[in-house]
Write a protein that binds this ligand. Structure first.
Ligand code: 5GP
Ligand code: ZN
Length: 111
């Protein structure tokens, strides 16, 4: 059973890379919901937010958010981060990821 994001990290599926370090990989979402819509994933396969207990990795993901915001030029205009967790959170890909949305005034509602 193949994980699509593990394949993207391994370069087996092409992606538009925004940022990468030892811990995380960031790339554009294939179905953008805003002018900027990128995803930040841990390089290690972790199924969901429920399985994240490594605070160093969590910090690396937040650093990835800053790097994406800088690279996309939205650090000052602002953005939203979203983590969908589990069935009710409408998580579709079971490899932990953080959405970064921006580039326009987002709906005031959450999500
Ligand atoms: P989720 O609902 O699990 O939080 O969102 C998964 C996200 O992954 C969706 O926004 C979807 O568009 C994105 N996605 C799914 N498959 C691919 C892919 O092969 N490449 C890229 N770049 N994004 C993908
Ligand atoms: Zn994976």
């Amino acid at each position: 059973m193949g994980c699509i994001f593990c394949k993207i990290i391994a370069g087996e599926i092409p992606s538009n890379k925004i940022y990468e370090d030892d811990f995380v990989y960031a790339f554009d979402d294939i179905q953008p919901q805003a002018p900027v819509h990128s995803l930040i994933v841990p390089k290690k396969h972790i199924e969901s937010l429920n399985d994240l207990s490594d605070t160093e990795l969590w910090a690396a993901m937040l650093n990835g958010v800053h790097e994406v915001a800088k690279a996309k030029g939205i650090k000052d205009t602002g953005y939203r981060i979203v983590v969908n967790c589990g069935p009710d959170g409408t998580q579709i890909v079971w490899h932990l990821h953080m959405h970064v949305l921006g580039g326009e005034l987002l709906d005031a509602k959450m999500g």
